[in-house]
Every structure is written in structure tokens, then in C-alpha cells.
Design a protein around this ligand. Sequence first.
Ligand SMILES: C[S@@+](CC[C@H](N)C(=O)[O-])C[C@H]1O[C@@H](n2cnc3c(N)ncnc32)[C@H](O)[C@@H]1O
Length: 203
Amino acid sequence: MRMRKKKWVGAFLEEGNKYLYEEASAIDFDKTVYLEIGMGMGDFLVESAKRNPEIFYVGLEREDTCVARAVKKAEEAGVENIAIFHEDASLLNEIFPSKSISRIYLPFSDPWPKKRNHKRRLTYPTFLKIYAEILKDEGDIIFKSDNDSLFEDTLEYIKESPFEAVCVEEDYYRIERDDVMTAYERKFREQGQPIHFVEMRKK
Ligand SMILES: C[S@@+](CC[C@H](N)C(=O)[O-])C[C@H]1O[C@@H](n2cnc3c(N)ncnc32)[C@H](O)[C@@H]1O
């Protein structure tokens, strides 16, 4: 999601904010911590945090405008169980302690269709290796996508990774308490697109 940077965004992010974290030392890892990578504008993160106050939600996103919008959403909701990192996913193992995260969400990651860009995909084996470092042994990764090629390739990437796919659904629909729709999921469902789902766990 490449967004034109809005004027207010730079100053807003510069100011700092209680939801914007630069390091993970302020997070209580005795609590269950769930991480969304590429959280966009934070719809999923904020709604999940409202529904599940016992869980601490971390959102990571590299685009300035998305981060600023997500922070504003968290402020409006007044939730206390959210931290937002304005960072790139390649730095996750430098930010988070080893085996500190109970669940990672990868909803509607950018599909990067051209082969030369596949290494940027958030399920590429180099990223899965990083996730394995910060995820607890009993933790899981939830991946959802509308994109056939990203879904099929992800099943191949998993074979080269410390993970195995424990649940694969080509046309997924399940209603659970913590199965909040992201903005992209809502958009694709309205268009009648099947949503692909993969849950992976460490081998
Ligand atoms: C297609 S959007 C999906 C947003 C949201 N998860 C949803 O489902 O509505 C993908 C998001 O991932 C972010 N992203 C892509 N690669 C990233 C990376 N390496 N590190 C952090 N964020 C990344 C993009 O900036 C974009 O906001």
C-alpha cells in the first residue's frame, strides 16, 4: 500500500505518542502478545484489542501515513493493550526478544507479482526464518490472502522454513471471536473473492 504522505503525518509522528514504540522493553511479555505485520491503517489491530483486552496487540507497519492513521484509531478507541512500531519487518528479530510472541498475523500481505520482487513478500523463507526466532515454540502464524499466486507460493516457502502448514483452506470462512476482518478482507469479501487461509506452526 504506497500512500502519498499527508502533510500532518510527519509532524504527528515526530511528536511521539503513547502508542508509538521504538523498542520492545516496555512491553510486558508475561502477557500473551500477538503481532500483526503490515497492519495497514490498524482496523484489525484496534478492533481485536477492543474485543480481547487480555491480549496485548503489536502492530508493525513501514508506511508513515498508515502508522499515523492507526495511532489515531487507537487513540479514538482509548484501548490500553496496543503498541505500534513504525518499522520494517526485516528488523523484527532485532526489536523483539527471542520466543516472545504467541501469534503472528499476516493478513493480505502485498503480493509482489514479479519474480524479481518475490523476496519482498512477507512469507518469503527469509522472513519466515525471522518470525521463527521471535515466535514461541507453541505459537502460530495466521496468513490470509485473496491472491492465488502468493497463496500457492507461500505453501512452497513453508516447505523451506522451520514451519509446517497445519490448516490450509482455499475458500475460508470462519467466525471466531478473534477473527476480525481487516480493511482488505472486507473489501475482497464484498467483491466476492475467495479468501485463502493458512495456519502454520513450528515443526
Ligand atoms: C495490502 S496492505 C494490507 C493491510 C492490512 N493488513 C489489511 O489487511 O487491511 C499490506 C501492508 O503491509 C505493509 N508492508 C509491506 N511490507 C512490509 C514490511 N517489509 N514491513 C512492514 N510493513 C510492510 C504495507 O506498507 C501495507 O500497509
